[in-house]
Design a protein around this ligand. Structure first.
Ligand code: SER
Length: 328
């Protein structure tokens, strides 16, 4: 009998490591973790494979040997890095995702299952540069989807492809069960992102805790939506657990709080009076932040699958960030 497994790509990344920790605590899923980088949880999962999502042999072998019930496809090149390495981003974000779609579709043919496919998308799919209404109005899933960044374009393309494979199937009518969340910036106490644009918030927080000053690459008025990692993990677990009939959409916004850089500085300064913030603006990254919305509307997720963040801005700092972070 073949083992039923959950595949996590990008498993050594920020979300991957936290998702695996959650699964190790909560249940006995057989996890196959795939990443280019080593993981300190590698001996705790069913199988850790050090390799690339671009290696079709690895994916073919997984598809043949196991029943792939679920895929959390987290491997990606984030926005700033993607802008600087467009070819690499195209390979990983488009070709890599397509490889994973093919693996999922093969399960429909071989094992007669519709593999549940979780895809993390992003506020990067939006571009509010020519926004006409009030800039404070939270952006709904269907509006302003005209991204300028390659990362945003690639996320949007894969969202659309995944949705089509869920609703209509491929040309042989093979299907997947595609579930996607558009994440805001994520703040985690036990890890830092690499190559993103919302990175200034976690970087500022980690610097303060480590008694370092921070040089911020966007200006003091810059504002993006954020959540903390425990809420991001809960959202992924929830959307994957809910019955398919309740999901009226394939793609959902989620959010919690939208501080400016100055708001973050003031909260941090209150806890760490020594902390100093300087600015060294990176024009490319500032432009990206200016294109992304300050606020997104997550009422679809609230209505369809009961999404509700546990942490607002105040609780995030009081009950999660300042409690869990120790200087290293
Ligand atoms: N947080 C990511 C980034 O900044 C967006 O998904 O690239």
């Amino acid at each position: 009998m073949k083992d039923k497994i959950t595949l996590i790509t990008g498993s050594s990344g920020e979300i991957g490591e936290n998702l695996i920790s959650y699964f190790l605590k909560k249940n006995k899923k057989k996890i196959i973790a795939l990443d280019l980088n080593q993981s300190n949880q590698k001996n705790k999962v069913f199988k850790f494979i050090r390799g690339s999502i671009l290696d079709e042999n690895i994916l073919r072998e997984i598809g043949e040997k196991y029943i792939v019930e679920e895929i959390f496809h987290l491997a990606a090149i984030l926005s700033t890095k993607a802008e600087k390495n467009k070819n690499l981003a195209k390979d990983v974000n488009i070709k890599g995702t397509n490889n994973l779609f093919n693996l999922a579709l093969s399960q429909f043919r071989k094992n007669k299952i519709k593999t549940k496919f979780f895809f993390p998308s992003s506020i990067a799919v939006y571009n509010i540069k020519n926004k006409v209404d009030d800039s404070e109005t939270p952006i709904h899933e269907k509006s302003y989807c005209n991204p300028n960044t390659v990362y945003g374009q690639q996320k949007l393309f894969c969202e659309n492809l995944g949705t089509a494979l869920d609703q209509y199937g491929d040309n042989q009518k093979l299907k997947i069960d595609f579930r996607c969340i558009r994440f805001p910036g994520i703040i985690s106490t036990n890890s830092l992102p690499t190559g993103g644009t919302s990175d200034y918030a976690p970087e500022m927080i980690h610097s303060a805790i480590n008694k370092k000053h921070y040089s911020c690459f966007v200006d003091s008025r810059s504002c993006l939506p954020f959540i903390v990692m425990p809420d991001a993990i809960n959202a992924m677990i929830q959307i994957m657990a809910i019955s398919k009939e309740k999901l009226k959409n394939n793609v959902y916004n989620i959010t919690s709080f939208s501080p400016t850089v100055l708001d973050l500085f003031e909260i941090i300064k209150n806890e760490f009076p020594e902390f100093k913030l300087q600015y060294h603006i990176d024009e490319m990254r500032q432009n990206i932040v200016n294109e992304w919305p300050n606020k997104i509307n997550d009422s679809l997720a609230k209505n369809d699958w009961g999404w509700e963040p546990e942490y607002n801005l105040k609780d995030a700092f009081k009950d999660y960030i300042f409690q869990n972070m120790e200087s290293k």
